[in-house]
Design a protein around this ligand. Structure first.
Ligand code: ATP
Ligand code: MG
Length: 298
């Protein structure tokens, strides 16, 4: 598909979209990231994974983070979740400085991280039980979260009896059961097949609509970022820096048919150009020594 054809400037917003973004930035700041830098000492020298990264995420915003491999996406989200400490910089959740993990932040990873010996409901109950919620309350709340992700029929199933998409829905329910104020998701659908991935994106938007939660979503996938997000933080690599924060003017509610709309294609193209600047494409394909010359294979 040639996306260069007559695409309008995606920044030419309709009044409705402009109003949506001005309402967004008037909301309280859920997450404030200020001058975050992370350096790793390695045998090959110091790697600056993140260099002076600053941005904010507003209450109930869905912000995606995208960028080339190695630009520091996972490092960023690990620091935000408190699993790693920054070399310098500050993180605030609703104005309060935070360091280390906390119940105010939840995390969903790409890999399946459920306890295999616990049922779906026992997995979802685990966090609240650990923080002292009485079992009968944790049980009834777990059922509500499981219903929200559409898995009521599977509450007594074990993880090995679920598909990959179902496991990730349980992982989302488990994270939400701790009632975090901000949810971080690091390529949560990266291991799923394309069709399941699209379904999961729609599920996530449905869940987000029904829960008071702010989401920071890490992805490699341009379509996924545009489909889900209010805004997209584009990082560049070596060192990991903020390239641009892009508004996504695609109207909500989102549907899969929008991926062919000029606005969707326009914002997608803009981000693609930021990540792969025109003129800097790989000039020549790598030569494989074992390739067999065949004029019909070009
Ligand atoms: N524990 C570590 N020790 C040393 N270097 C690290 C460590 N963790 C990450 N790095 C380096 O920091 C940089 C950013 O890594 P990170 O995993 O955050 O990138 P990423 O954007 O998530 O990549 P990908 O898209 O491939 O998942 C890379 O150069 C990586 O090699
Ligand atoms: Mg990563």
């Amino acid at each position: 598909m040639n996306t260069d054809l007559a695409l309008p400037d995606y920044r030419e917003q309709t009044p409705e979209v402009a109003a949506r973004f001005s309402r967004l930035v008037e909301r309280p700041v859920a997450l404030q990231v200020s001058h975050l830098t992370k350096k790793f000492e390695t045998p090959r020298g110091i790697i600056t994974a993140l260099d002076d990264v600053s941005f904010s995420v507003h209450k109930r915003e869905l912000l995606s983070v995208i960028g080339p491999s190695g630009c520091g996406k996972s490092t960023l989200v690990r620091i935000l979740a408190g699993l790693e400490s920054p070399t310098s910089g500050e993180l605030r959740v609703y104005g309060e400085p935070v360091s280390g993990p906390g119940a105010d932040r939840g995390m969903v990873f790409q890999g399946y991280t459920l306890f295999p010996w616990r049922t779906v409901k026992e997995n979802v109950m685990f966090g609240p039980q650990m923080s002292g919620t009485p079992t009968y309350i944790a049980d009834s709340e777990a059922r509500e979260w499981i219903e929200l992700v559409g898995l009521s029929k599977f509450e007594n199933a074990y993880p090995h009896q679920l598909s990959g998409g179902m496991k990730q829905r349980v992982a989302i329910a488990r994270a939400l059961a701790n009632q975090p104020r901000v949810l971080f998701m690091d390529e949560p659908f990266g291991a799923l097949d394309a069709q399941t991935r699209c379904q999961m994106q729609s599920y996530l938007l449905e869940i987000w609509k029904n829960v008071d939660i702010t989401i920071v979503f890490i992805t490699h996938d341009l379509d996924e970022a545009v489909f889900l997000s209010d805004r997209i933080l584009v990082l560049e690599a070596n060192p990991g820096r903020v390239n641009e924060v892009v508004q996504v003017p695609v109207p909500r509610p989102r549907s899969s048919t929008q991926i062919f709309d000029p606005t969707f294609l326009g914002v997608r193209k803009h981000i693609d150009n930021l990540i792969h600047p025109p003129g800097q494409e790989q000039k020549e394909a790598p030569v494989l020594r074992h390739a067999i010359s065949d004029p019909d294979v070009v």
